[in-house]
Design a protein around this ligand. Structure first.
Ligand code: OSB
Ligand code: MG
Length: 375
């Protein structure tokens, strides 16, 4: 039975983070979140989340550009197409339509979830996942002092996280990484994420990071660079992991050709959705490149997609898929996402679609604007 889309509601909500999140390229305290509700001709509905931020400090997209792109171009295109399978949506949205991947992803992912609800399967199973729990890491924002950071890292260890990621920036790097490594010991998987804060002019600092037994350094150089990362990777022993630079499966081909990195962070929003995420996953698997699922401070809705994706076999490293309580006083799904004491989040394989219920009443209360588009 074809999937014919009939209605798409865009909504913006505002959800305060329990603690502000500081990275080299910006700062978030109150998360403005774009949610979608998509309904098909048979009355099935799926919620999804657009991961774009408030300002273009991570990628060129923002919540406002995504709203416009969905309204003007993405929705009309999916409304005028009848899909037999969600894997067709990505190509439909790429044809003569450049960029706007987070906007496209929000819609593409909702269609995957719709398909899962239609077939009564979990999104994990629909995508080809084979795990019933996913290993979880925590991403710690830049702190005022090494002491504050080590305190947070110590707490994360106690809570069972299987990987600790430290956000770094020039001036808050070596000392902070050294202090945390000393505090947590050598057994915990530790990594650093620079969000593009360095250039090859900082080679000395970057090479010093090579001495702290980090499992990887994420995206030290420019957000769209592959060439300089290749040069840096030639000089460093620590694997480089690319985040911002990987916007499609073609960029992974380029990374492999150039040897710009040895690990890939997959965020479905950044690459245009779940079909592209799966292609990247498969290509990396063929080349012995481990992948892990990144995070964009998602609400419980976006998180459900990340959990499903991370259940695929080549997601062999812990993802930035922390439980709801790490981010929010109260999430917008029930049950909230939780992590067990050994650092795993359960994949809701026994429930159709996202596997969590969306708290529509609470979303109504948090909504600052909404708009419904009809086919
Ligand atoms: O680089 O991975 C990143 C959040 C916003 C923008 C970029 C990044 C991040 C994170 C958050 O690291 C990870 C999470 O959602 O827990
Ligand atoms: Mg990153």
């Amino acid at each position: 039975m074809p999937i014919d889309l009939r209605r798409l509601t865009l909504r913006e909500i505002q959800l305060p983070l329990r603690e502000p999140f500081h990275i080299s390229s910006g700062f978030v305290a109150d998360r403005r979140i774009l949610l979608l509700e998509l309904t098909d001709a048979d009355g099935f509905t799926a919620w999804s989340e657009c991961v774009a931020g408030e300002i273009p400090n991570y990628s060129p997209e923002t919540i406002d550009t995504a709203w416009l792109a969905i309204q003007l171009w993405v929705a009309p295109r999916v409304f005028s197409t009848s899909f037999t399978h969600p894997s067709e949506v990505h190509q439909t949205l790429e044809h003569n339509f450049r960029g706007h991947r987070m906007a496209k992803a929000a819609v593409e992912m909702a269609i995957w979830a719709l398909h899962a609800y239609r077939t009564g399967e979990s999104l994990s199973k629909t995508l080809g996942g084979n795990r019933d729990k996913v290993a979880t890491g925590i991403s710690l924002g830049i702190q005022q002092s090494p002491d504050e950071l080590t305190e947070k890292a110590r707490k994360a260890c106690r809570e069972g996280y299987r990987k600790i990621k430290l956000k770094i920036t020039p001036g808050s790097d070596i000392e902070f990484v050294r202090a945390v490594r000393q505090e947590v010991g050598d057994s915990i998987a530790l990594m650093a994420d620079a969000n593009n804060a360095y250039t090859m002019g900082d080679l000395e600092t970057l090479l010093e990071l090579d001495t702290y037994n980090l499992i990887m350094i994420e995206q030290p150089l420019a957000w769209d660079d592959l060439v300089r990362h290749a040069e840096l990777q030639r000089r460093m022993a620590t694997p480089l992991c690319l985040d911002e630079s990987i916007t499609s499966v073609d960029r992974v081909h380029d990374m492999l050709t150039l040897k710009s990195g040895r690990i890939v962070n997959i965020k479905p929003g950044r690459v245009g959705g779940l079909t592209a995420s799966r292609s990247i996953h498969d290509l990396c698997q063929q080349h012995g490149i481990p992948v892990w699922c990144g995070g964009m401070l998602e609400s419980g809705i976006g998180r459900s997609y990340n959990v499903a994706l991370a259940s695929l076999p080549n997601f062999t490293l812990p993802g930035d898929i922390s439980p709801s309580a790490r981010y929010w006083e109260k999430d917008i799904v029930t049950p909230e996402w939780t992590m067990d004491r050994t650092g795993f989040v359960a994949v809701p394989t026994g429930k159709p679609g996202l596997g969590v219920d969306v708290d529509v009443g609470r979303i109504e209360n948090l909504t600052t604007r909404s708009e419904t588009l009809l086919a």
